[in-house]
Design a protein around this ligand. Structure first.
Ligand code: ZN
Ligand code: CU
Length: 484
């Protein structure tokens, strides 16, 4: 038998292939960005060899929920993500996307989470965004959504009302352009002021092109506290009306009064899954993070400021401390700090564990990369699931943990040839030490890189090795492939 020659061989790996199958020992041969062979490749040669030394080799992680639309350009090394083993990000979540946003988005929370100055809102169409990203690739892959709130901001004079039929048809045309140009779906964020006035019918009418293109309806639901079950019903109804898959983003039961409700919501979601395509993601923390808003105060046991335009000096400081220093109430402090962002401790650990452990739950960071002092989920999500929840708390097996961040999201988002470590798949591979992997970012030091991620490979090219980014930029824009 003639010895194979590869661009890269990874030897002595413990392979967890992303399908939930039990781990096994093997070597991995990579050529032209693809995994060519997996098994015992003793006699094969390669331009480059990596000794995995018994570390786990898994498919590169897919961050199912991100706001990395701009980070792909402003930090193309994508250090917060590659340092965690992430090789693909889903962007454009919660109704907000850099693609199609007008300049005034910079003054429209939560669109200002992407850019509160305005200079980055320069992609009037999805095609313009995609072409710019393809021309200046990042280290990792991106599959992109277009945001409904963004489309509202681009087409409506005021956002505190339902769209007129004319506005809906303009938004629908923009959504159609996005999907025809490769967007994998549309996100909505009806929990936020600029989209809260949109009735269900508007969401259905704007999202109609999803049916034609096989796109996803991805939603930061209208409510995640007392009316969360109604919001799940609305989401499922939209999915049925359009006959498309839905994704419930960062599923949670917020506010002390709603703690424990995940027993009810997960049963509801499980039931819906028997009738239609439903997916969900979750981040492994009891604190959420978004723009600063006073209606979150009553639900939270602690609030930390992540950025403030008028008062940048309070980034990283607890709101009660800010109020004390300013000599005002917390509600008054909120008004003085806005526009701003915050972390809200308002979830229950048991709910977080129950949702994470639910069979169909994907892992999504929801990290906010432009916050001055961001929630630690930006740098810690994936190693925290692998180290804290899987290894230490034994919430699920390592094979299941990997599946939740690879094979499962690849299937739900239609990322063909990703999320599995098998011959023929794209060579997105993460090598990590199962005994050491752990998040290091916390609420005090929120941007510390995680431990235990050894090597990260994207499309056959190493982007992370020896604890630092390699500088390579092999990332691709993953287009909607199910369109006809
Ligand atoms: Zn959200
Ligand atoms: Cu989000």
């Amino acid at each position: 038998m003639t010895a194979q020659h590869y661009d890269l061989i990874i030897r002595n790996a413990t392979i967890i292939d992303g399908t939930r199958a039990p781990r096994y020992q093997g070597d991995i041969g990579v050529r032209d960005g693809l995994i060519v062979d997996v098994g015992a490749l003793k006699n094969a040669g390669a331009a480059r060899e990596i000794d995995a030394n018994g570390h786990i080799a898994a498919p590169g992680f897919i961050d199912a929920h991100t706001h990395d639309d701009r980070l792909l350009f402003s930090d193309p090394a994508m250090t917060p993500k590659v340092s965690q083993g992430v090789t693909t990000v889903i962007t454009g979540n919660c109704g907000i996307s850099l693609a199609c946003s007008p300049a005034k988005a910079a003054q429209t929370p939560p669109l200002d989470l992407l850019d509160n100055e305005g200079g980055w809102f320069r992609f009037p169409s999805f095609a313009a965004y995609r072409e710019a990203l393809a021309a200046t690739p990042a280290a990792i892959n991106a599959a992109c959504l277009v945001g409904h709130t963004t489309l509202r901001c681009a087409t409506m004079d005021r956002l505190d009302r339902a769209a007129t039929p004319g506005e809906m048809s303009r938004m629908r045309a923009m959504a159609r352009e996005a999907l025809a140009s490769g967007a994998i779906g549309i996100s909505t964020g009806t929990a936020y002021a600029p989209a809260a006035a949109a009735p269900t019918e508007e969401l259905i009418e704007v999202c109609r092109p999803l049916s034609e293109f096989g796109g996803l309806y991805v939603t930061h639901m209208r409510n995640e506290d007392a009316q969360v079950t109604d919001a799940i019903d609305e989401t499922c109804a939209i999915g049925r009306a359009l006959n498309v898959p839905v994704v419930i983003s960062h599923h949670k039961c917020a506010g002390v009064a709603n703690h424990g409700q995940s027993v009810v919501t997960l049963a509801q979601i499980e039931k819906a899954m028997r009738e239609q395509r439903v997916a969900l993601d979750c981040y492994p923390y009891i604190a959420s993070s978004t723009v600063l808003r006073s209606d979150r105060l009553a639900q939270s046991t602690r609030v930390i400021i992540t950025w403030s335009k008028p008062h940048p000096e309070f980034s990283g400081v607890d709101l009660d401390e800010v109020a004390r220093r300013l000599g005002v109430t917390q509600a008054e402090a909120v008004e003085k700090l806005k526009p701003a962002g915050a972390i809200y401790f308002m979830l229950d650990e048991q709910d977080v564990q129950r949702i994470l452990a639910f069979d169909e739950t994907m892992i999504g960071s929801d990290g906010l990369p432009h916050d001055a002092v961001p929630h630690p989920r930006l740098w810690g999500t994936f190693p925290r699931v692998l180290g804290h929840y899987c290894r230490d708390l034994k919430l699920f097996s390592l094979e299941t943990a990997v599946y939740k961040m690879t094979g499962l999201p690849a299937k739900k988002f239609g990322l063909t040839g990703r999320g599995v470590l098998q011959a023929g798949a794209h060579a997105d591979i993460t090598l990590f030490d199962a005994a050491l992997v752990m998040d290091a970012a916390d609420f005090k030091n929120s941007t510390t890189p995680a431990k235990g991620i050894a090597t990260v490979i994207v499309n056959g090219v190493p982007v992370w090795a020896d604890g630092k980014a390699t500088g390579a930029r092999p990332g691709r824009v993953l287009l909607n492939q199910s369109r006809t």
